[in-house]
Design a protein around this ligand. Structure first.
Ligand SMILES: NC(=O)c1ccc[n+]([C@@H]2O[C@H](COP(=O)([O-])OP(=O)(O)OC[C@H]3O[C@@H](n4cnc5c(N)ncnc54)[C@H](O)[C@@H]3O)[C@@H](O)[C@H]2O)c1
Length: 383
């Protein structure tokens, strides 16, 4: 196992009816800006619950944060925070709203000339407005991690700072019942791939992290398809919600090598072709597995035996079956597993490789061995 420091300070408030708890988790004298997206919270009762919980607080709201939150929209909120003096942010929504709010929190206190530098130039976040969140879509883990992804035109970039980690996250699985099937599937797949990016590298004898990851993968494989077939089952939603949080709260990634190749290539697919985040991952991961079949062989075989119970003859046969089982899981979730299923062809590959180059993605993978040429090969395997 590698050396690590692990700290996750987000208080998780889990279960049905827990939105009421935000009242006691935000200082009474705070001036709160509640942020949200396109308005689904107004039709599914979440907004009303938040209003009720904040009845003794001073607050205002900023709606319209779009999926894949846009820099220009977020900067409007930054101005509002600065001019009106809000000193607490409450994000109510999915990963896009939570990520966007993290950026608002950092940009509102940024001393440099252009807050885009937080994303594009690695400008250090020195302070941020404190924030909490009410999560409505289990997927990203953003509710208790320090990362955020923001888009501007065809740029989709990320930043991370412990200062933007939410102080608390309300996870009420009941609020996920109104999610369209597409978003349920996306969430399960996103959480699955987050786990894989921290697991599918090479063995470092990290038994706890490996077994946590395998448990999360098994949970998502078991419960994901159930959520599609029995969308009203709250226990299924609860297990998915907690799995998605645990998949990217820092725990399973501590002390192990990681490989975020799938996400980095996926971000370019979203930026250039507007494909949903999770659907880029289900397209790219099987191709990464095929391309890295030899380098990742030990963990691929461990994953196959422990997660799918694969038993077979030769290692090569096993690897084929294991990659096939992963693709079959994605298909069961109704997400694409190739570029062609998303309407893309060979002609679309080079611009994606160029974007990776522009964004400095020259040494991806746990060994830094995936450069633009290897990314091109991966995309060809994804055709
Ligand atoms: N911060 C991180 O660690 C991290 C990790 C992975 C991905 N991301 C980023 O997060 C974003 C994706 O977030 P997401 O997958 O949570 O989706 P999302 O927040 O973009 O939401 C997708 C859609 O679902 C709707 N929605 C949300 N909750 C709903 C509900 N309860 N009922 C009905 N509709 C609802 C939203 O309005 C939106 O239209 C991407 O930009 C991705 O790059 C961040």
């Amino acid at each position: 196992m590698n050396k690590f420091t692990f700290q996750n300070s987000t208080k998780i408030i889990f279960g049905e009816g827990q939105i009421a708890e935000i009242s006691s988790n935000i200082p009474k004298d705070a001036r709160i800006l509640v942020t949200y997206g396109g308005g689904s919270i107004k039709s599914n009762g979440v907004y009303d619950q938040v209003c009720e919980a904040l009845s003794d607080h001073t607050w205002d709201e900023f709606g319209g944060i779009e999926p894949n939150p846009q820099f220009a929209t977020l900067m409007e909120a930054v101005k509002l925070v600065q001019t009106e003096g809000f000193d607490y942010l409450l994000a109510v929504g999915g990963g896009s709203v939570v990520d966007g709010t993290k950026f608002i929190a950092a940009a509102a206190e940024y001393k440099g000339s252009d807050p885009w530098d937080i994303l594009a130039a690695d400008a250090k976040v020195e302070s941020a407005v404190p924030m909490g969140c009410v999560l409505t879509l289990p997927a990203t883990g953003s509710e208790s991690n320090m990362g955020a992804v923001v888009s501007k035109g065809s740029e989709k970039l990320s930043f991370g700072s412990p200062l933007v980690r939410p102080q608390f996250a309300v996870l009420d699985p009941a609020v996920t019942l109104t999610l369209p099937a597409r978003q349920v599937a996306n969430g399960v797949v996103d959480a699955f791939v987050h786990t894989m990016e921290q697991y599918l590298t090479y063995p470092v004898n990290a038994k706890v992290q490996d077994r946590f990851s395998e448990g999360l993968l098994q949970t998502l494989i078991e419960e994901g398809p159930k959520a599609m077939i029995e969308p009203e089952d709250l226990e299924v939603r609860a297990n998915i919600m907690w799995a998605a949080t645990m998949a990217l709260n820092g725990l399973i990634g501590a002390g192990v090598p990681q490989d975020w190749t799938t996400h980095m290539i996926g971000h370019e697919l979203t930026a250039l072709h507007k494909i949903d985040h999770a659907r880029t991952l289900s397209i790219v991961l099987p191709a990464v597995m095929r391309h890295q079949r030899e380098a990742k062989k030990d963990k691929l075989l461990q994953y196959g035996v422990r997660v799918f119970g694969v038993e077979c003859g030769t290692e090569e046969e096993c690897l084929d079956i294991i990659i096939g089982r992963t693709v079959a899981f994605f298909r069961a979730m109704g997400v694409p597993t190739s570029l062609s299923e998303a309407g893309l062809s060979r002609d679309d590959i080079e611009p994606i490789v160029e974007q990776l180059r522009t964004h400095g993605m020259l040494k991806l993978g746990e060994h830094g061995a995936i450069g633009p040429d290897e990314a091109r090969e991966i995309l060809e395997l994804a055709l």
